[in-house]
Design a protein around this ligand. Structure first.
Ligand code: GLC
Length: 800
């Protein structure tokens, strides 16, 4: 069953059936302000931090689902009947009103046709503005004059989400509202500059600042008192709960329309005046839409693929790129799942996200990489979850001071206490950073970055290269009784701590980090380091293949009590995905073992919806193995299709030349191909989700938690770098695709270090991998150097 379609031309997903089984999300804003919105205008707005600077309130995991939001109500004065432009909150029966929602790149539009009125509400945060704009158009399609009242509604939040949800003796007495010059001003009186405004491009005919007056104590957003009765009280108050309601009365002749533009922004009266002035001429807003479009177009043009598969072109050129970029922009804690009570950066997630879109967002990825470098300890492990502000140099800290200190004393950790000890360190966290830095240098050619100095979380500083060395030194030292890397608090799998034992996955991640450092030190001419890393690699390769091999795959680890996990000897959790994917992808597994391992993954873990994280599911709690055994079978880390590691397998298959299988896996997980199976998938078909229920759960096939997942970035990386095989090197671009044999070829327009490469790959012999000939600008060559002349170059690659 389908609820909508991809409009590729306009980079939109169009939901033409709005009674979705769950919220379908979009993100507005590309700078400091962000709105998380759903398909029925539910959602919330924040400025810089969803936890410390929330602007509108949101009741997560509640019913009715995902309220409140940014609502526009239209009431007919003739009969008092009213509706909202988005289907919810009024929720007119779908056989009486028609609703459409368009989620685009940083823009969402709600459309409605009801009783001869056509209304649209286009939401966006223009570049350079700290305001969410609701661009409302109302047209009278009926053949009589219509007298309408238009009411808006958004509910202001106290800035600090935990206080807003828990400490009403404080939050209810420190925020006030006022109305001046056509603007509602919301004032967080405890804060120095704690203002927000709501205003419009017209003189309102009424306003309401008090939430409870607008809604009514026994009503809801579905039937708010003000709209039902058709009037606002025009009250303001110091203290209480506040809302943003402006009322406008319209008289529309048949065919006539009105454009009402609303601004919900950061700042006080003066800012509200500035933005009104800026958009006095609505054409200025149309130009702002154009700027947002070209913001994304520029990114899209960095890597544009045309292949035989729509599900690759649409996702890679638009939606997966978008999802990956959003993770880098807003981290992982702004969604309908994580609603702002937890912020900052998770070390491993951020390190991986920052590796995936360097081509399209070099500055954003570098910023994240630097934040992670500063959150590395001198011992070489990362601070698992941190606020980047904690580790800024003192001068920058001053500039970024938090504007608010609560009068209710909340002890804040200071200096050294923010640096947790080894007992809380995750063994994989910092290992992800080494490849991300290597990729950054390869993509940008910014080799100077390696000698830039950054601080360590626990004091002192060192070059970027020095940080990288400490990361691998730490992991080389943190080995357990069997010589495998310790799992410490946990590795990538949060729920598998092996009772504090040893982790195969970490050993393979260490191997990969050493490969990166070996290449890097070789290229930079650091001969002694290079020799050192190569010796370690030789030693490790033999050791890992001998010690960790289970017969048909690699084990997942050894618990503190010496029990093997992920072994054919186990009854449950016999085979795990992460360790096996990385055994191959890191290059550690010897060829024969790599082949057998991939076949075992295919045999035991593949499903029509993607690859299971492990199988069979654990059914009995066993704390020696870890928390994973206390997760219901088929959900999350216990034998679900956990999306994030899936692209590791696609990539691993590509290193072994299996393009057919890599694509088969891509197709099974890729949401695009599930557009017509929403009765099973539930979630949006334009975003990867954190996990899909596995075959041991009654909800098998249902996808959970969109957007904020490492599977976005990793899918983008796996397709661009491994399936299409276009990889930046230190001083070249390599093209080494691994595609389905049936493909005749594909083409990619790739911007690399300022040059534009028009790459055409031909596959006349219908192979899956292998490059026979390369031509650059018509000349046969064996490598694609980067001339850095800012010009266009044609690249012809013949597979065979
Ligand atoms: C969640 C976490 C991530 C972890 C994964 C598996 O997605 O954000 O850090 O690796 O779960 O446990």
């Amino acid at each position: 069953m389908r609820y909508g379609y991809f409009d590729t031309e306009n980079d939109e997903y169009v939901i033409d059936r709005v009674d979705l089984p769950t919220s379908w999300t979009n993100y507005l804003g590309v700078e400091d302000m962000c709105a998380v919105v759903n398909h029925t205008a539910g959602g919330y707005l924040f400025y810089r931090s969803p936890e410390y600077h929330r602007i509108t309130r949101f009741r997560g995991n509640a019913i009715p689902m995902d309220r409140p939001g940014d609502y526009v109500y239209i009431r007919d004065r003739e009969d008092g009947d009213y509706f909202s432009i988005s289907w919810q909150p009024v929720g007119k029966p779908l056989d009486q009103a028609k609703y459409v929602t368009r989620h685009g790149l940083s823009v969402t539009t709600y459309e409605c046709d009801y009783k001869g009125i056509h209304a649209t509400q286009k939401m966006s945060i223009p570049i350079g503005d700290n305001a969410l704009i609701w661009d409302v158009n109302i047209r009278n399609d009926s053949d009589r004059v219509r007298e309408l009242d238009v009411f808006t509604y958004a509910e202001f939040s106290f800035h600090h989400v935990p206080i807003d949800n828990q400490n009403f003796q404080m939050s209810l007495y420190c925020a006030g509202s006022d109305y001046m010059d056509g603007a509602i001003i919301y004032d967080l009186y405890y804060e120095e500059e704690g203002y927000q405004y709501f205003t419009a491009n017209f003189e309102p005919d009424g306003y309401e600042c008090l939430r409870d007056n607008f809604i009514g104590t026994y009503n809801t957003e579905t039937n708010p008192r003000a709209v039902a009765e058709g009037n606002c009280t025009g009250q303001v108050l110091k203290g209480g709960n506040h809302c943003a309601c402006l009322q406008k009365s319209l008289r529309l002749n048949p065919g006539e329309s009105a454009r009402l533009i609303y601004f919900l922004g950061e700042g006080a009266l003066s800012e509200s005046k500035e933005i009104r002035e800026k958009y006095k001429d609505p054409e200025a807003l149309d130009r702002a839409y154009g700027e947002l479009k070209s913001f994304w177009k520029k990114k899209q043009e960095k890597f544009m693929v045309t292949s035989p598969e729509d599900g690759i072109d649409t996702m890679i050129n638009t939606w997966t790129l978008y999802q990956s970029e959003i993770n880098v922009m807003f981290s992982r804690f702004a969604s309908f799942i994580e609603v702002g009570g937890r912020t900052g950066l998770g070390y491993r997630d951020t390190a991986q996200d920052a590796m995936t879109v360097i081509a399209t967002n070099p500055e954003g990825c570098k910023k994240r990489i630097v934040e992670l470098l500063r959150a590395l300890t001198t011992s070489g492990y990362g601070i698992h979850l941190f606020e980047p502000g904690w580790f800024l140099p003192e001068e920058e800290k001053e500039k970024k001071k938090k504007p608010f200190k609560s009068p209710t004393v909340i002890p804040e950790p200071e200096g050294a206490s923010k640096v947790h000890g080894l007992s809380d360190a995750c063994a994989d966290d910092a290992l992800w950073l080494v490849p991300s830095i290597t990729e950054y240098v390869k993509e940008t050619g910014n080799f100077e970055f390696l000698s830039e100095h950054y601080g360590y979380a626990d004091g002192g500083d060192g070059t970027v290269y020095d940080h990288m060395k400490r990361i691998v030194t730490f992991s080389l030292q943190q080995v357990g009784d069997n010589g495998i890397c310790k799992g410490l608090r946990a590795d990538w799998n949060d729920c598998l701590n092996l009772g504090g034992g040893e982790s195969t996955l970490v050993s393979f991640l260490l191997y990969r980090a050493l490969v990166c450092l070996s290449e890097l030190s070789g290229f930079m001419g650091y001969e002694a380091d290079k020799k050192n890393y190569d010796d370690e690699l030789d030693r490790l390769r033999t050791f890992l293949n001998d010690t960790l091999w289970d017969g048909a795959w690699f084990i997942r680890g050894i618990t503190h009590n010496g029990k093997k996990i992920g072994s054919s000897q186990n009854k449950e959790g016999r085979i795990h995905l992460e360790s096996n994917a990385w055994a191959v992808l890191s290059g550690a597994a010897k060829e024969e073992k790599a082949r057998i391992t991939l076949n075992s993954i295919h045999e035991h873990l593949s499903t029509p919806y993607g690859i299971l994280l492990n199988a069979p599911a654990y059914t009995e709690p066993d704390d020696d193995i870890g928390f994973v055994t206390r997760v219901y079978p088929g959900l999350k880390e216990n034998s679900s299709i956990f999306s994030h590691p899936n692209p590791w397998v696609w990539s691993a298959e590509c290193t072994m030349g299996n393009g057919d299988r890599a694509f088969e896996y891509y197709r099974s997980l890729c949401p695009y191909y599930q557009n017509d199976r929403i009765e099973i998938r539930h979630a949006e078909p334009y975003s990867y989700c954190q996990f899909i229920s596995g075959r041991d759960h009654t909800s098998y096939g249902e996808a959970h938690h969109p957007f904020m997942t490492g599977s976005g970035g990793w899918s983008y990386f796996a397709v661009t770098h491994y399936i299409l095989g276009i990889k930046p090197g230190f001083d070249e671009l390599t093209v080494d695709p691994c595609i389905p044999a049936a493909w005749d070829g594909f083409s990619v327009k790739r911007n690399f270090r300022g040059d534009i490469f028009e790459i055409n790959v031909e596959n006349p012999a219908h192979v899956q991998k292998g490059v026979k000939e390369i031509y650059v600008d018509g000349v046969r060559t064996d490598r694609i150097a980067c001339p850095r002349d800012g010009r266009q170059h044609s690249v012809r690659v013949v597979m065979g």
